[in-house]
Design a protein around this ligand. Structure first.
Ligand code: FES
Length: 141
């Protein structure tokens, strides 16, 4: 059975939807169940997550875990957000059935992917070298 917290976050998801002016977006999926989660963050110049939103195309536990994850990282620094574990999300939700633990993993991965995207964009803005931007065709000239 689901805890009251899970049911609450499923029925009244917090921070649902794409936010305006986001500068980090992560999208992750689980190949087995086919569920997909998208996380949007807007990070200010001090590295604080000012706003966060999510879109989840998946099960109720995925909606609840992404909703809880957004509450847990809002107002935190990106470094703190990276420390968010799926276990912490599960604990905050007062537990999940074992078959639904992977849903919380998706929430953790979505946060990490959003922070990763934010950092890549920031590095791009400051002109820092991006290894994946190497142009192999030019190397062969
Ligand atoms: S069943 Fe896959 S995310 Fe919940």
């Amino acid at each position: 059975m689901y805890s009251e917290k899970v049911l609450d976050h499923f029925q009244n998801p917090r921070n649902m939807g794409e936010i305006e002016g986001y500068n980090g977006m992560g999208m992750v999926g689980n190949a087995k169940c086919g569920d997909i989660m998208q996380m949007f963050i807007r990070v200010n110049d001090e590295g604080i997550i000012e706003d966060v939103g999510f879109k989840t195309f998946g099960c109720g536990a995925a909606v609840a875990t992404s909703s809880m994850a957004t509450e847990m990282i809002k107002g935190k620094s990106v470094d703190e957000a990276l420390k968010l574990s799926n276990a912490a999300v599960v604990e905050a939700l007062e537990g999940l059935p074992p078959v639904k633990i992977h849903c919380s993993v998706l929430a953790e991965e979505a946060v990490k992917a959003a922070v990763d995207d934010y950092r890549k964009r920031k590095a791009g803005e400051t002109g820092e070298a991006q290894p994946e931007e190497k142009k192999p065709e030019e190397e062969n000239v």
